[in-house]
Design a binder for this molecule. Structure first.
Ligand code: ADP
Ligand code: MG
Length: 629
């Protein structure tokens, strides 16, 4: 018999209101939506109990199809079937064209690349929005339409443009984004690394995420229940698909189709590709699989592939992932013996030899008991549940990381880093700058991203101007430049002259178009050019100083030249000439010589400066205010 519940007088009879929120893993290959029900995170499935939604959208003139149904149309209508759209998010046409051919037609549209479909030109944001709408509909079908909002996951290396594009897509899909969350952080949450009994509450974890087309490693540090991303590293062109491709090539070879390859129809290629994927997935649980196919010219493929053969042909891919893991550890300045655990994420980590290779490489537990396809969505659901206001006692704070340093251009085309790469979000950092010239009333601020010392080698994010600075002598204005990055990784830059209070601000709507490979390249360039950059930087710094002194002495000569003897004047001009010649030669290895020359000019003009000061004082004593001089 059920007991009737009676409420306290004055208390609501309604049960504790649970606010509904979902977590969404918007993946390159597959997407999922999950929620927390009765305190437990669960994925939401379709009528056939399938949780995964292939991230594929098909556009017919009058209908949009998403998921398995769209994937089924891919072979027959590749031009209108958009897969892996995540790779195009926030990308320009040139970057997108460099990606492997996806079978559909890319269009060069301003800002971000687009795709031509039977429904007209679609931007990656719109295509992603269609996937999100599908997941949104699944959520409301099972939860009702009182959805408070969603947490959507993004790769930790996503830059501002890619994050903004993801948010735009969610908005188009009618979702309220509670926040964007880094995928590895979501996986760590799903494993409850902070409150698991068997694992220390402090420690460093690696998240190893091998998806369909991408591979990422993130090193997370957990202390006092707070996750911090120490580093992220990856390969944007390495994933389960590459394993399929090795099998595909093996089939062509074994079935004597190599010579015929050029003649294979698109249909045959797709058929063999899907057989390859099928074989790979089945070799996870079977020692051997048989691969059979009938090609359009009646050619028969009939092959047996063993697990051992498969491991052998894909060993180099696995080795590559281990190399990336080591590099991520090195970037985070931790060694593999510091690791408390490795979290396995992504469908491709099911492969037995991947599991083995990781386990053999580290001395800590390999965490793989949650479904690797679902773990990101489950963690996102837990975070969404918290943000929707269903907090429990053991809630946690989350810290994410920015992938590239953010800086400002200073005199001489140098980058001053305001926020170093891998800083945790959200955060704000400020630095003071001053004017270069007397009477300067405006300042051009140039916001850049990257690791290089020279602005020309970094990526330009935005430019804006601070105007209305009261005229002052060079160096007297105090301009405070603040960089603020919110929890979603979006940047706002503000500048304020402290004496006068004039200010200007810009929210960086970064120009779309930085690819993951660009990020990787900017990072490696930063490392490999570190020495050259230091030299170039040293030169530019001295150069700016030298130019300032020359400017000051020249203007003093033209104002108070009568205070100098002919000899003194020509001595000063000689010093200036030495400096000018060095500047002209522009040899960055001559920074020391330039410094010596400008010190020489400074020294030679000391007496002149003293005389000018005396003259100013004399004027003041004659009844003039020193301010007017
Ligand atoms: P993404 O994060 O890119 O959306 P997923 O995490 O969904 O990708 O991983 C998709 C990849 O996982 C595909 O390459 C798929 O073939 C692979 N995969 C799924 N199940 C298995 C399995 N049982 N064995 C091996 N690979 C698998
Ligand atoms: Mg994924």
């Amino acid at each position: 018999m059920a007991l009737l519940q009676i409420s306290e007088p004055g208390e609501s009879t309604l049960p504790h209101q649970h606010r509904l929120a979902v977590g969404i893993d918007l993946g390159t290959t597959n997407s999922l939506v999950a929620t927390v029900r009765h305190g437990f995170p669960t994925v939401l499935s379709d009528e056939d109990a399938r949780a995964l939604v292939p991230s594929v959208v098909h556009y017919a003139p009058d209908a949009t199809t998403v998921g398995y149904a769209a994937k089924a149309l891919q072979t027959n209508d590749p031009r209108n079937t958009i897969a892996s759209v995540k790779r195009l998010m926030g990308r320009g046409f040139v970057d997108a064209r460099a990606l492997p051919d996806a079978g559909y037609c890319l269009v060069d549209t301003p800002g971000m690349v687009s795709v031509k479909t039977a429904q007209g030109v679609k931007s990656p944001v719109e295509v992603s929005a269609d996937i999100l709408k599908f997941l949104h509909a699944r959520a409301t079908a099972s939860l009702g339409d009182e959805l408070v909002g969603a947490v959507i996951t993004v790769p930790a290396y996503f830059d501002e443009a890619q994050r903004q594009a993801t948010k735009d897509a969610a908005q188009l899909a009618g979702l309220n984004v509670l926040r964007l969350l880094n995928e590895p952080t979501a996986a760590a949450i799903a494993y409850g690394l902070d409150n698991a009994d068997n694992i220390a509450k402090e420690g460093v974890f690696a998240v190893y995420d091998l998806g369909g087309g991408t591979f990422d490693v993130s090193i997370l540090k957990l202390s006092k229940g707070v996750f911090e991303v120490l580093s992220t590293h990856g390969d944007t062109a390495l994933g389960g698909d590459d394993f399929d491709h090795r099998v595909y090539c093996w089939i062509l070879e074994q079935a004597n189709l190599i010579g015929l390859h050029a003649n294979l129809s698109t249909q045959d290629v797709r058929l063999l590709q899907s057989k390859s994927r099928w074989a790979k997935e089945h070799l996870t649980t079977n020692g051997v699989v048989s691969i059979r196919a009938t090609l359009s010219d009646e050619h028969q493929v009939n092959l047996m592939l063993s697990q051992a053969q498969f491991f052998e042909m894909t060993k180099t891919l696995v080795d590559k992932t281990i190399g990336v893991l080591d590099e991520a550890l090195a970037q985070a300045h931790v060694s593999s013996s510091d690791l408390q655990g490795v979290v396995m994420v992504g469908g491709a980590t099911r492969m037995v030899h991947v599991q083995r290779a990781v386990a053999a490489h580290v001395a800590c537990p390999v965490l793989n008991d949650l479904d690797p396809d679902q773990v990101v969505a489950l963690g996102a659901a837990m975070q969404a549940n918290l943000l929707a206001g269903n907090r429990s006692d053991d809630d946690w704070l989350l810290l994410d990381v920015i992938p590239l340093s953010l800086g400002v251009e200073t005199m001489g085309g140098l980058t001053e880093k305001i926020i170093p790469r891998n800083s945790t979000l959200p955060l704000a950092r400020a630095q003071e700058f001053t004017t270069f010239k007397d009477g300067q009333t405006a300042m051009a601020l140039h916001v850049v991203q990257g690791e290089r010392e020279l602005v020309s080698e970094c990526r330009s994010l935005a430019r804006f101007e601070l105007r209305g600075i009261p005229p002052m002598v060079a160096g007297a204005a105090r301009v405070r430049v603040t960089y603020q990055v919110d929890a979603d990784g979006l940047l706002t830059v503000s500048a304020r002259e402290i004496n006068s209070g004039v200010s200007a601000e810009i929210t960086v709507k970064p120009s779309y178009g930085l690819s993951d490979n660009d990020i990787a390249k900017m990072l490696t360039d930063g490392n490999s050019h570190a020495k050259d950059d230091m030299q170039a930087r040293a030169w530019r710094e001295v150069l700016v100083d030298a130019q300032r002194i020359v400017l000051a002495v020249n203007s003093a000569i033209s104002e108070d030249g009568e205070l100098l003897t002919e000899d003194e004047r020509s001595d000063l001009l000689k010093h200036i000439k030495i400096i000018d010649d060095l500047i002209q030669a522009n040899d960055v290895s001559q920074a020391d010589a330039l410094r010596a020359a400008s010190d020489g000019l400074a020294h030679a003009s000391e007496e002149f400066a003293a005389r000018r000061m005396d003259k100013a004082i004399a004027h003041a004593l004659a009844g003039q205010s020193i301010d007017t001089l």
